[in-house]
Design a protein around this ligand. Structure first.
Ligand code: CA
Length: 133
């Protein structure tokens, strides 16, 4: 039996949301998406995911706030943030807020998939589990 890796992708840009989730699904990952931070927090409260892909520029609650709220709630889900190209400060803020990694937009899908798998392996190592093995 194969473990299915489940990702949540919070992204307000419909084009990016669809192309990225399609690409990752072809890579064998299960991707669910929501379009804003409020919905993302709600979903994560009720449903455990293996990894969160988080856009930073989001309507209502921005990505950094989503991340800070999750960590405050004790949620240790691995988080990969996706800052816009010209906002280096956001990478730093994101990492300080508890992100595990980041990939600046626009990014290559293969690179994103590789980062995701690396994060999952690290996580599995920490937990002594076998996700991604
Ligand atoms: Ca955005």
């Amino acid at each position: 039996m194969k473990n299915t890796v489940r990702l949540l992708f919070i992204e307000d840009d419909a084009l990016i949301r669809e192309s990225v989730s399609r690409g990752l699904q072809q890579d064998g990952l299960t991707v669910n998406t929501v379009a804003d931070g409020t919905s993302g927090l709600l979903v994560l409260k009720n449903d455990p995911y293996d990894l969160l892909l988080l856009d930073l520029g989001l309507p209502r609650i921005d990505g950094i706030t989503v991340l800070g709220t999750l960590r405050q709630q004790g949620n240790k889900i691995p988080v990969l943030i996706l800052p816009a190209r010209d906002t280096v400060a956001d990478c730093v803020r994101g990492l300080n807020a508890g992100a595990d990694d980041y990939l600046v937009k626009p990014f290559d899908l293969l690179k994103l998939a590789a980062r995701i798998h690396a994060l999952l392996r690290r996580q599995a190592g920490r937990a002594g589990g076998t996700i991604g093995a």
